[in-house]
Design a protein around this ligand. Structure first.
Ligand SMILES: Nc1nc2c(ncn2[C@@H]2O[C@H](COP(=O)(O)OP(=O)(O)OP(=O)(O)O)[C@@H](O)[C@H]2O)c(=O)[nH]1
Ligand SMILES: [Mg+2]
Length: 344
C-alpha cells in the first residue's frame, strides 16, 4: 500500500517525507521520485514479541512516494505530471504549510489546502470530460459502451462541477470501473498541517476542511529528531516539552485512511502483523498468508489481542473460553490473533 505526498511548493513535502521514512537524500537527489518503505509502529507487536521472544518480528509496512520536482504541481498550471506520478498510490498525504517562512506570505493553511484540492478536482474533471466525450463518439458510431461506467462518470462530473471531491462519494471512490483513471480527488486523503516548532495545535478550520482527516506535524522538528541519536532526541523532546515524536502517530493514521487493519500470528519462530482491508473474511485472511491455507481452511482459532493480554496465555484463554473457533466467513477484526487450522 502506497501513499503519495503532495502539497504546494515549499509546504514541507521533502521535510515530512524524510522525517517519516528516515531516508535522507543529499543535495542533487531532489529531482527524482523517491519511495520509502517503513514499518508501521504497533505497540501490540512489541508486547507480543517480548512475550514470545521469536526469531523474527515482522511489522506491517506502508510506502510513501514523494513525486520528483518535475512531477510536482505548479500552482495554476494544467499539466498532469503530478497525476501520473501518484496515479498508482492508494491515498494521499496533503502537506500544508502552517509556519512562517522568510520571503513568503504568512501561512494561510486553509486556503492553501483548498487551492490544491480544487486543482486536483480540475484534473479529475478534465479526465472525466475526455472520457465522456470519447464514449459519446463511440456510441454515435453505434458501438456499445459500458452504461454503468458512463453513469458513474456523469455522477463524477456533477460532483466536480459542485466542487465536491469524489472521495465524499464511496460509490464513486471505490468503483472498480473508475479505478483505472487514477482520479485524484477520489483517493482518501490526510491533511497534514506542517507547523512551526513551537506550535502543536491544528489551525482553525471551517466545516469543509474539518471533515477531512486532519493532523499536525512539526516537520522541521521531526526532521531533526529523525536524524538524532536516541539521547539527543530525548533532550530535544524535553526542551519542547513533547512526550514522543509525532511520526508514529502520522504513520498509524496513514494506515487507517487506507482502510487497513492488522491481524497477528504468533509463535516462537515468528510474531507477525498481517495487513488486510477492513471487512476481510477469515478465508481471505488465510489466503494472505498462503493460498494452501485458504484452500485447506478448516477453522480459525481466534482471540482478540486485548482478551489475550487479559488472559495472560493461550492456555488460560482456552480454559476461560476467550479463544474461539470461527469459520471462513468470519469478519476479521483489527488486533485478532489467529491460528489457522488447515489441511494440505
Ligand atoms: N519553520 C519551519 N520550516 C520548515 C518546516 N518544514 C519545512 N520547513 C522549511 O521550509 C522549506 C521548504 O521545505 P521543503 O521540505 O523543502 O518543502 P517542499 O514542499 O519539499 O518544497 P519543494 O520541493 O520546493 O516544493 C525548507 O527551508 C524547510 O527547512 C517546519 O515545520 N517549520
Ligand atoms: Mg521538496
Amino acid at each position: 500500500m502506497k501513499l503519495g505526498i503532495i502539497g504546494l511548493s515549499g509546504s514541507g513535502k521533502t521535510t515530512v517525507f524524510e522525517a517519516l521514512t528516515r531516508e535522507f537524500a543529499g543535495p542533487g537527489a531532489k529531482a527524482e521520485t523517491r519511495i520509502g518503505t517503513i514499518h508501521v509502529p504497533d505497540a501490540r507487536i512489541d508486547v507480543l514479541s517480548r512475550m514470545y521472544q521469536p526469531e523474527k518480528t515482522i511489522y506491517a509496512q506502508v510506502e510513501y512516494l514523494l513525486p520528483g520536482k518535475a512531477e510536482q504541481k505548479k500552482p495554476g498550471s494544467a499539466d498532469d505530471a503530478l497525476m501520473r506520478a501518484v496515479r498508482d498510490t492508494d491515498a494521499l498525504i496533503h502537506v500544508v504549510r502552517n509556519f512562517a517562512s522568510y520571503g513568503t506570505e504568512p501561512a494561510d493553511p486553509e486556503n492553501d489546502f483548498l487551492l490544491l484540492d480544487q486543482e486536483l478536482m480540475q484534473m479529475d474533471a478534465s479526465v472525466v470530460e475526455k472520457r465522456l466525450e470519447r464514449m459519446e463518439t463511440e456510441s454515435k458510431k453505434g458501438r456499445e459502451i459500458d452504461t454503468k461506467e458512463n453513469d458513474q462518470l456523469i455522477k463524477c462530473r456533477d460532483a466536480l462541477q459542485q466542487e465536491t471531491p469524489l472521495r465524499r462519494f464511496p460509490e464513486l471512490a471505490e468503483s472498480r470501473l473508475l479505478r483505472g483513471y487514477g482520479l485524484m480527488s477520489a483517493k482518501p486523503v490526510m491533511v497534514l498541517f506542517n507547523n512551526a516548532d513551537e506550535d502543536e495545535s491544528l489551525p482553525e478550520l471551517d466545516e469543509t476542511v474539518a471533515q477531512e482527516t486532519c493532523m499536525v506535524i512539526r516537520g522541521k522538528l521531526e526532521h531533526e529528531l529523525a536524524r538524532m541519536t536516541q539521547e539527543e532526541a530525548a533532550e530535544l523532546l524535553e526542551e519542547f516539552n513533547i512526550s514522543a515524536s509525532a511520526t508514529d502517530r502520522v504513520i498509524r493514521a496513514s494506515y487507517d485512511i487506507l482502510g487497513l487493519i492488522s491481524f497477528f500470528t504468533v509463535g516462537e519462530d515468528e510474531v507477525r502483523a498481517w495487513t488486510i482491508k477492513r471487512g476481510t473474511d477469515a478465508a481471505a485472511a488465510a489466503g494472505q498468508i498462503h493460498s494452501d491455507i485458504r484452500k485447506g481452511f478448516i477453522r480459525a482459532e481466534i482471540i482478540s489481542y486485548k482478551a489475550y493480554i487479559a488472559a495472560g496465555s493461550m492456555a488460560a484463554a482456552k480454559k476461560n473460553a476467550t479463544l474461539r473457533l470461527e469459520g471462513k466467513t468470519y469478519q476479521v477484526q483489527d488486533g485478532d490473533i489467529i491460528n489457522f487450522r488447515f489441511n494440505v
